[in-house]
Design a protein around this ligand. Sequence first.
Ligand SMILES: [Zn+2]
Length: 383
Amino acid sequence: MSTAPLKNEPKIDADEVLDGILEWVTIESPTHDATAVNGVVSKVEGQFRDLGLKVDRTPGRDGFGDILECRTPWGGEGPGILVLAHLDTVHPIGTIGRELKIRREGDSVFGPGIYDMKAGGYIAYYALRHLIRQGKKSKLPVTFLFIPEEEVGSPTSRDRIEQAAKGHKYCLVMEPGRDGDRVVTSRKGVGRFVLTVKGKAAHAGAKHEDGRSAVLEMARQIVRIEAMTDYGRGITVNVGLVQGGTGVNVVPAEATAEIDLRVPDAALADEMTATILGLKPIGEDVEVAVEGGMNRPPYRKDAGISALFEKAQAIYREIGKDLKDVPLTGGGSDGNFTAALGIPTLDGLGADGKGAHAAYEQIYYSSLMPRTYLCARLLETLE
Ligand SMILES: [Zn+2]
């Protein structure tokens, strides 16, 4: 069967896709600004309503924006395809007028959050619209879930994502694509911990010997924690934030550190969590306390994920392209939640580009057509 479009058949128009993406990018939406995030939520809600989808908008809580769910009116109530995207970005309001002005340089198009991940979210919307324009429907019902706070670990949407995933057969995550026609089929798990050290304050000159420095203890702890990194086993541990002391002439009584852990599988997640929660004092007369745990479970490429990836590869071959996946990536996403529940999950389906979270964030225009085609055909053919 030929896949060449008929003359009067609507085509995926990369310029049209880009224009739509830029409309979303223009509405800046940093995670902690609920009003700003809700601005783009309203835009997306209106667009899906216009397509005839059933829309359910849940008011945000804890200072975050609203969760938006849109479901096709066809396909019944049974398990279908869950499409995940987040509408928040890491870039503060005003970035669009400074370091990330919307602009095109050759194949690269710049803008705040364009790569992570407004392009991906819009591609999913356009893909469905493309099917509808052709008079087609997906075989399965499709639910689009737009998340307001993925960039801080989805604290208010995790339950909703997991509930939704349990009612679906597949999960497509529109996070940024990877270099050279790659998608994501596995991600490390992410743990977050806070270590607090308590010592004893004293005058740094008159009573130095009475003090017990929490900063010194923390320094020793940090050396020990950082040494837990084991690239061979895929474990990284990073002490990313440290605070301590009250004045230069005071032996510090308290210090805190925040720790980021990445692990490739559940066994190592358990092992490393126990190790970090079990940290003991190194010096004398000091106390250490650790709180935290795994924030995102590891996402492993299992048989269901491999089969889904193979379907995506076959679709890419229809347009003469070769789809690959990246080896285990260290970055987490909401795909970790759905994959850990055993739902075949394909991630990194968004536009190709680079510079997520950076001042040179960009997508590649040339990836818009193939990525939109891939998403549209997945929606159309998954059964
Ligand atoms: Zn993202």
